[in-house]
Ligand binder design. Structure first.
Ligand code: NAD
Length: 243
């Protein structure tokens, strides 16, 4: 029985992970933490940490995991380049799995997008649209960026150099080879993503709809079980899912 410590336990995902764990016999919640909680104590009492909170929690979460030498699954999105570097640094000492989306479907979709972008070439325009619930704080979603990275990798370009976000006004025609993003917010949507590859006279649409947060919670628990006992390093859901 693997003991899981949840960071961000009172949030939408924290509650979904606790619900997932309550129905399993291979892992259980040992402790939970919220903003202001004792992360060192949480880490000492757990075999693996799962963090779905906010980017500002990341330094303390990584320090606590290192201090207790426990692996950590990071599902929080909206991470900066400096925060990704902090994950890389921690991964030299402990096993860290960071994924902007924990679902099998989205990670498979990313592989399909990469393949499509590689085969179709730069004459096809790529646009990524996403919709999430009204409370989401980061835009574009971490999953939209994950899909954008997959498209860029397929094309052999960097997303940072080709991303187009937030078009508004006159003179906003897309640059050749750009990967565009559009974000919709409203209601209780768990997460919809659509990747459009638009050529002259035809278009391909590859999409995913999350019907509930349970898919992310299940993936996060699967990732935690997989990560337990792994050597230090940075891992992704592709490693867990064998994609
Ligand atoms: P939420 O706002 O409902 O919950 C976040 C919780 O974290 C809150 O209870 C908040 O009090 C707590 N928190 C914030 N800062 C903290 C800190 N410093 N220390 C401890 N706790 C802290 O948000 P949510 O919808 O549950 O999403 C949480 C994160 O997970 C977001 O970044 C979201 O984009 C991401 N997310 C990732 C996936 C995935 O599959 N990787 C799926 C869904 C959501």
């Amino acid at each position: 029985m693997i003991g899981i410590g949840i960071v961000g336990a009172a949030g939408r995902m924290g509650r979904a992970i606790a619900a997932e764990l309550s129905g399993r016999d291979d892992a259980r919640v040992t402790a939970t933490a919220e903003r202001g909680g004792d992360l060192d104590a949480l880490a000492r009492g757990a075999n693996v940490l799962i963090d779905f909170s906010s980017p500002d929690a990341l330094p303390a979460v990584l320090d606590a995991a290192r201090g207790a030498a426990v692996p950590v699954v990071i599902g929080t999105t909206g991470l900066s380049a400096a925060e990704h570097e902090a994950i890389d640094a921690a991964a030299r000492e402990i096993a860290v799995l960071q994924a902007a989306n924990m679902s099998l479907g989205v990670n498979l979709l990313a592989a399909l997008v990469r393949e499509a972008a590689a085969r179709l070439g730069p004459g096809w325009d790529i646009e990524i649209a996403e919709m999430h619930h009204r409370h989401k704080v980061d835009a574009p979603s971490g999953t939209a960026l994950l899909l954008g990275e997959a498209a860029a990798a397929g094309r052999g370009i960097t997303l940072a150099g080709h991303s187009e976000r937030g078009r508004d006004g006159i003179g906003e025609t897309r640059a050749e080879g750009a990967i565009g993003f559009a974000s919709l917010r409203g209601g209780s949507v768990a997460g919809d993503h659509l990747v459009v590859l638009a050529g002259e006279g035809e278009r391909i649409e590859l999409g995913h709809r999350a019907e509930s947060r349970a898919i992310f919670a299940r993936g996060a628990v699967q990732a935690a079980l997989w990560l337990h006992g792994k050597a230090p390093g940075r891992y992704s859901m592709n490693d867990v899912l064998g994609l």
